[in-house]
Design a protein around this ligand. Structure first.
Ligand code: AVI
Length: 371
């Protein structure tokens, strides 16, 4: 028997694609290609120079900091996939549990009109399948618009999805969020179709509170009143549970954090000694966020040749690499109200650790039409 080729899932596991009933012909492939359009808006030279500028600025400031968006090079993305499998990192499992149980209820809460599905930060779109299946159970075809900075992740996930769902069409944006939103135009859809946007995985938590509002307002600007957003947000809880989720016993999150220095070594000809840094994750209860740092174990001097830069660190000095904000229901209701939405409904996992929130776009003063 012929085996179908292995593909990587969101969780980094190898899974086998279901074998097609008949042999996949060139015609099948051509038909799938017709259902796929990828807008590649990423300019690698701009990304590279932004990384250099941000590293220079972050390591020159006091306190020192590096931006979490740079965690996700190829190795960093694989380490994040491994984090999602850790017993301590409950977030992915909790959100999967909600979507597995409630996808049909979630899509019916969006209303009876046909829906187009937009996803910010789609990755390999494994969780999205639950929503796609729930939508296809009530409408004949579906347009899916995934946005992700990784063109290769987008293309791989799009091809797998197109093979699974013959009535799915994909218009993918390889891009950062702002650029993709600036390119989107749903005006052609004056046929009563609504948009359901997804922002899953507690990605909102990696934005500061103001940045989260700015992002949701830009997303709201491409939607019309009655369109919806499903927002996955991690909830405030016992600090010990939170700190374990960001400092696991196997040391995978530590490796994910340290890989940022390894990436600077690789891409900027630097000489960070990874063993001279300690991963630190603390819950700041007052602000409601996990703070992640790399703490220098000794006084040290690091050379970053491509930036012509010397960085000095005292023993115990920290580089702040990430915040992961946690929410409560009052904050989520307020967040919706401040960004042109109303919170319609929230679903929780059985342990009530995570929330999936349906925000519905409301009429705004300046009109409700999509841009
Ligand atoms: C991607 N993001 C939602 C993760 C989080 O939980 O903040 C990133 C992460 N950092 C360490 N562990 C996971």
């Amino acid at each position: 028997m012929t085996q179908s080729p292995p593909h990587r899932s969101e969780m980094g596991r190898i899974f086998r694609m279901p074998l097609p009933a008949a042999r996949d012909t060139e015609d099948d492939e051509a038909a799938r290609n017709e259902r796929l359009r990828i807008h590649n808006l990423v300019r690698p030279e701009i990304i590279h120079s932004a990384f250099a500028d941000d590293v220079h600025q972050g390591l020159s400031s006091s306190p020192k900091r590096l931006l979490p968006k740079y965690f996700y090079d190829e190795l960093g993305s694989q380490l994040f996939d491994a984090i999602c499998l850790l017993p301590e990192y409950y977030l992915t499992r909790a959100e999967n549990e909600i979507l597995a149980r409630s996808a049909a209820e979630i899509v019916s809460a969006v209303g009876n009109s046909p829906v187009s599905l937009l996803e910010m930060g789609s990755g390999s779109a494994v969780k999205t399948r639950r929503i796609i299946e729930a939508l296809l159970a009530r409408q004949q075809s579906l347009l899916y618009l995934p946005v992700d900075i990784s063109a290769s992740a987008l293309e791989t996930s799009a091809r797998v999805l197109l093979q699974s769902y013959p009535s799915l069409s994909i218009e993918a944006y390889a891009s950062d969020y702002d650029t993709a939103l600036a390119h989107m135009n749903f005006d052609a859809e004056e046929d009563g179709t609504h948009v359901l946007a997804l922002f899953l995985g507690s990605n909102i938590g990696n934005f500061g509170r103001d940045e989260a509002r700015t992002f949701l307002r830009s997303l709201r600007a491409v939607l019309r009143a009655g369109d919806a957003l499903l927002l996955g947000a991690d909830l405030k809880k016992n600090p010990a549970v939170l700190e374990a989720a960001y400092d696991d016993a196997l040391g995978i999150t530590a490796a994910f954090n340290l890989n940022l220095l390894a990436r600077i070594n690789r891409e900027m000809d630097a000489d960070f000694d990874l063993r001279a840094f300690k991963h630190v994750a603390v819950y700041n209860e007052k602000i409601g966020r996990i703070e992640v740092y790399l703490e220098s174990r000794r006084t040290q001097r690091i050379q970053i040749r491509k930036l012509e830069m010397i960085v000095t660190l005292e023993a115990g000095e920290r580089i702040h690499t990430e915040n992961s904000y946690k929410y409560d229901m009052t904050e989520l209701i307020e967040l919706a109200a401040q960004t042109g939405f109303t919170r319609a409904q929230t679903w929780f996992d059985a342990a009530e650790q995570f929330s999936s929130n349906l925000f519905v776009a409301v009429e705004t003063k300046g009109g409700t039409e999509r841009r």
